[in-house]
Design a binder for this molecule. Structure first.
Ligand code: ZN
Length: 161
């Protein structure tokens, strides 16, 4: 396993549509493992293959409940709305205000190429939509209505309770 280089905003790879994965191969298995490692190293909640320069429909997500591997993911249903800060490992230190569904139901294939149907709310719904966008060369963080903001790192003072 290896940490891969994350492409940054402006890289042409981030604007391309990715191809479907037809079968699991050792190369794709290695890609998935590397993507997980790269995501954890960067403290991200999701990473799409084009962000590491591979134009295939492969995504990894972990919103704190363990890794989810999504191959050829597709939204089946969505409902509700949430508007909030959204970041991207390809735009480090910045966030945009992006509106996403509050709930999504989606299908994908896992690392064993088994078909799965999953649901997610809140952060998971946001992450799924964000990563599927990457597979189609879309980055809504960049297009956020009121632009990109710098993430401000607050200094927390230690407090005794
Ligand atoms: Zn992203």
């Amino acid at each position: 396993m290896a940490v891969r280089n994350i492409r940054q905003l402006g890289d042409a790879m981030l604007e391309k549509k990715c191809r479907e994965v037809k079968e699991m191969t050792p190369r794709i298995k290695e890609l998935i493992e590397d993507m997980k490692e790269t995501m954890y190293e960067a403290n991200g909640v999701g990473l799409a293959a084009p962000q590491v320069g591979v134009l295939k429909r492969v995504v990894v997500i972990d919103v704190g409940e363990g890794p989810i591997v999504m191959i050829n993911p597709r939204l089946l249903e969505s409902s509700g709305e949430q508007t909030g800060e959204e970041g991207c490992l390809s735009v480090p230190g910045k966030y945009g205000i992006v509106t996403r569904p509050m709930y999504v139901k989606f299908e994908a294939w896992n690392e064993n190429m088994e078909h799965v149907v999953l649901e997610g709310e809140e952060l998971l719904a946001r992450a799924v939509c964000h990563e599927i966008d990457h597979l189609d060369g879309r980055m809504d963080v960049e297009k956020a209505e009121d632009g990109l903001h710098d993430v401000e790192y607050e200094e927390y003072e230690e407090e005794d309770e």
